[in-house]
Design a protein around this ligand. Structure first.
Ligand code: AMP
Length: 279
């Protein structure tokens, strides 16, 4: 069922709640692909009722041209969701979500001072705005987020703690194209040549994982950046190896934590992100 308003959404959810049924939420910005569908599949397996939200949230875009070119195709999304087992697609207009400008600010400490937060000022504040609105409206028992946006996942977990919410955050693995490129709505904006070169990002992340014993952290970081920049279609925005809990840069392989290699790369005008848990 397609729902466009908060009123209708809450009415439908109230009917579900009186029956005591569990609700899973998959928040998305649409232009759906198999990565999104993997979250929906997991949500359907875990919950009686699944809500997929489709909303290109303007407050999380620091770059207005990124917002205007972001792909939107509700009809294709609805078609993809038809046999997915999701019960409600919530696809509101901007005025429905932000009848008033959202002036709330969230303090995530150091978590949003690095990587995406550092390179896209205000991005995670916007993410926290929309996710907190969706959580407030839907009150899901569980919400599903992809490890593709690793920093986002860590920040959403923090948000849930800060707001004392009962929603369980369920991380889901990165789904890739057969050539290794992490699936992303932005991939459809790549030219043919850019698309051919984009899988190089994952190739190098995998190679980096094989080199952890041979190079220091600093050497490996420089190696990855130089390798990727040597491809004329790609320019590294940042590459960091971070502690999976606090997202702070790892300085030595001896550091006692799981280490995640996180990267953002411009492929032409399109900015792609990916990450890899090193072992
Ligand atoms: P987006 O529509 O890009 O905001 O993504 C909505 C959700 O889908 C987020 O939790 C993303 O992390 C997740 N997601 C996007 N791409 C992938 C992927 N390739 N694999 C797994 N999850 C993904």
């Amino acid at each position: 069922m397609l729902v466009k308003t908060k009123d209708k959404l809450c009415k439908e959810l109230n009917k579900i709640r009186v029956k005591g049924e569990t609700v899973g939420l998959v928040p998305t910005m649409g232009a759906l692909h198999q990565g999104h569908l993997s979250l929906v599949k997991r949500a359907v397996a875990d919950n009686k009722v699944v809500v997929v939200s489709i909303f290109v949230n303007p407050t999380q875009f620091n770059d207005k041209s990124d917002l205007s070119r972001y792909p939107r195709n509700l009809n294709a999304d609805l078609k993809l969701l038809e046999d997915s087992g999701c019960s409600i697609v919530f696809a509101p207009d901007t005025n429905e979500i932000y009848p008033e400008p959202d002036i709330r600010t969230f303090d995530f400490g150091d978590l949003d001072k690095v990587m995406e937060g550092k390179h896209r000022k205000g991005h995670f504040n916007g993410v926290a705005q929309i996710v907190s609105i969706l959580f407030e409206l839907i009150k899901p028992d569980r919400a599903y987020f992809g490890l593709k946006d690793f920093q986002q996942l860590v920040i959403i977990k923090k948000l849930v703690k800060m707001l004392n919410l009962q929603t369980e955050i369920v991380p889901c693995p990165i789904i890739r194209e057969p050539d290794g490129l992490a699936m992303s709505s932005r991939n459809e904006l790549l030219s043919d040549e850019e698309r051919k070169n984009a899988p190089f990002i994952y190739e190098i992340l995998q190679e980096a994982n094989n080199q952890t014993g041979k190079k220091s952290v600093k050497e490996l970081i420089n190696w990855v950046i130089n390798k990727i920049n040597s491809n004329t279609y790609l320019t590294v925005d940042y590459f960091e190896i971070v502690n999976d809990k606090n997202l702070q840069p790892v300085t030595s392989w001896e550091d006692d934590c799981k280490k995640v290699a996180c990267i953002a790369v411009f492929c032409g005008k399109i900015r792609l992100i990916d990450n890899y848990f090193l072992n």
